[in-house]
Design a protein around this ligand. Structure first.
Ligand SMILES: C[S@@+](CC[C@H](N)C(=O)[O-])C[C@H]1O[C@@H](n2cnc3c(N)ncnc32)[C@H](O)[C@@H]1O
Length: 219
């Protein structure tokens, strides 16, 4: 599969061979439920928070790692139609859904199959990288590699905007469901990779998946 169909380009070349990955709903057959469930859960609000923080500008090259079915990616393109928007995910079925949605909405985005730990992009080519509920899907011992790859593809001074489960609000709220998967060490992870100005920009509590935290870091 590959080439250009409609307005969304789905490029499916696999670099570096096959790797295992944890799909958005943990089981591949549950993927059709991803959009209805996340819509009901109000994940769009989290995406809007991240996009408000990113404040995308015309002409920027924006990459989302782990874009799944494309909800944040397409919201990014809608928020800043003059940005070049690229989504990457290992899950072909999720990318196909993103592709269909982009075509239906007349939005031009590039969709690539790949893994965050081995990004198929040149050094310094991206102005902004977005990551939304992706990092907790990467095994803990591979997160350093993923974050180093983000730094490699970001231009110096470019920005990473990340949101993931973990953290606790000022009343110490957490949720059992997310505790085992939470990304509690994001600031250390980002600093270790060489990011500058690493900051947690807010922790919120979701009624279903518990605490989640937004971060910003400079490449
Ligand atoms: C919970 S979903 C989040 C999807 C989307 N970012 C959103 O906010 O709706 C996590 C996504 O990460 C993807 N993923 C899993 N392992 C990955 C890896 N190593 N590199 C990039 N993406 C990965 C999954 O396929 C899935 O689409």
């Amino acid at each position: 599969m590959g080439g250009t169909t409609g307005s969304a380009r789905l490029r499916t070349a696999v670099t570096g061979g096959e790797r295992d990955f944890l799909p958005g709903m943990r089981q591949a057959w549950l993927l059709p439920l991803y959009d209805p469930i996340t819509r009901l859960a109000g994940v769009g609000r989290v995406h809007r928070r991240l996009l408000d923080q990113a404040a995308l500008r015309p002409g920027q090259r924006v990459l989302e790692i782990g874009c799944g079915t494309g909800n944040l990616l397409l919201a990014a393109k809608r928020a800043q139609p003059e940005a070049v928007v690229v989504g990457l995910d290992p899950d072909l079925a999720a990318l196909a859904r993103a592709h269909r949605k982009a075509r239906r909405r007349g939005l031009t985005v590039q969709l690539d199959r790949g893994h965050a730990e081995e990004l198929p992009y040149a050094d310094d080519g991206m102005d902004v990288v977005l990551s939304s509920f992706m990092l907790h899907h990467v095994p803990a011992d591979q997160r350093d590699a993923a974050v180093r790859e983000v730094l490699r593809v970001l231009r110096p001074g470019g920005a990473l905007h990340l949101v993931d489960v973990g953290g606790s609000d000022d009343r110490g709220h957490r949720h059992r469901f997310t505790r085992e998967h939470a990304v509690e060490d994001a600031p250390e992870l980002l600093a270790r990779a060489g990011f500058r100005d690493v900051a947690a920009t807010g922790t919120h509590v979701h009624r279903l998946f518990g605490a989640y935290t937004l971060y910003r870091a400079t490449g």
